[in-house]
Design a protein. Structure first.
Length: 333
């Protein structure tokens, strides 16, 4: 197609042919591409209007997409992937992915555009959203695979997230991840950047690698609460349902205070010294530290207490009104 700047709107349908993407002119307003029996690799495009793509296969890209108005993406074959994450795209208008149950994995990058969260289909496996210059408010999502969200701002939600695989969140360095809807259901969560991170889950949750400069807050079923403050003093505060196991056992964590106000067992491992705050549990307490083990408040431990400081360090627990049980199960004050 002649690239002379004269084409305003272009619509092409290829029902059964084997042709790939046409040679498109610059300066267009609206573009509609319908490839009924094959996928498409979109070239670099700059449109002052809308982009509409319908395919019988995957949708990918080889150049930057700069779309001023809406972007509409439809795949007509089940288990099809859409990957528009490989370029620094600029989507300023709404991105809509047709909700027909055919999208398996969806990856979209919006480097500098003003568009908010896309209109997402149901029934997806994996979802990757990269919004480099703004934050994102995640809608209700149910994924059978993974969720990966990278933003230049805060990561929040407007509805419950159900993610069967690993959920990874990377907000801007000066921003936070706040996903505290009670009906959320995560398997494993990872946070690789930001100040604070807050998660709420309707049942159990696995904390993967968490790297933040502020406070980590976790609530399970509205009752369990774990809070870790990753500032220079490193603190952790854990509250669990009565009678349930509560273990935090990770090498290279750094805490200032370890506090547990409920639960059966508590286990801490610290790559430096640790200060134990108020701990009240019915079961066993295990503390492993590369430095000294000390305390800032009384300990009430119903089971066996085991302390392992670093080889050249000590365990100093001299607060009054503490309660331990000895190896025979007898209580000692």
């Amino acid at each position: 197609m002649t690239n002379n700047g004269n084409v305003r709107d272009l619509r092409i349908r290829n029902a059964t042919g084997a042709a790939g993407i046409p040679n498109l002119p610059a300066g267009m307003r609206n573009l509609i591409l319908i490839w009924n029996s094959a996928g498409l690799v979109l070239p670099a495009l700059t449109l002052t209007g809308t982009l509409t793509v319908t395919t019988g296969g995957g949708i990918t890209q080889s150049g930057i997409l700069s779309i001023a108005l809406t972007t509409n993406l439809t795949v007509t074959v089940a288990l099809t992937d859409i990957d528009l994450s490989t370029q620094a795209n600029v989507f300023d208008g709404l991105i809509t992915v047709t909700n027909n149950g055919n999208v398996r994995d969806l990856l979209i990058r919006n480097a500098t555009g003003a568009a908010g969260i896309p209109s997402l289909p149901a029934g997806m496996r994996n979802l990757t959203l990269t919004w480099n210059s703004t934050g994102l408010v995640l809608p209700v999502l149910t994924l059978t695979g993974t969720l990966t969200v990278t933003t230049g701002g805060n990561i929040t939600e407007s509805g419950a997230l159900t993610v069967a695989g690993i959920a990874t969140f990377t907000p801007g360095a000066a921003n936070s991840t706040t996903l505290n809807t009670a009906a959320n259901d995560f398997a494993t969560v990872v946070v690789t950047n930001g100040i604070n991170a807050a998660f709420q889950d309707s049942n159990a949750i696995i904390l993967g690698a968490i790297t933040i400069t502020g406070v980590l807050t976790v609530k399970l079923g509205g009752e369990y609460h774990a809070e870790c403050s990753f500032d220079d003093w490193r603190s952790i505060d854990v509250r669990a349902r009565s009678g349930e196991l509560d273990d935090f056992e990770y090498v290279c964590q750094r805490f200032r205070d370890g506090l547990v106000t409920n639960g059966t067992n508590a286990s801490f491992q610290d790559s430096n010294a640790i200060i134990l705050g108020a701990i009240t549990i019915t079961g066993a307490l295990t503390v492993n530290s590369a430095g000294n083990i000390t305390q800032s408040a009384a300990l009430t431990i119903g089971g066996l207490s085991t302390f392992a400081p670093g080889a050249a360090n000590s365990t100093i627990l001299n607060t009054l009104c503490q309660r331990f049980r000895d190896g025979d199960g007898d209580e000692r004050n």
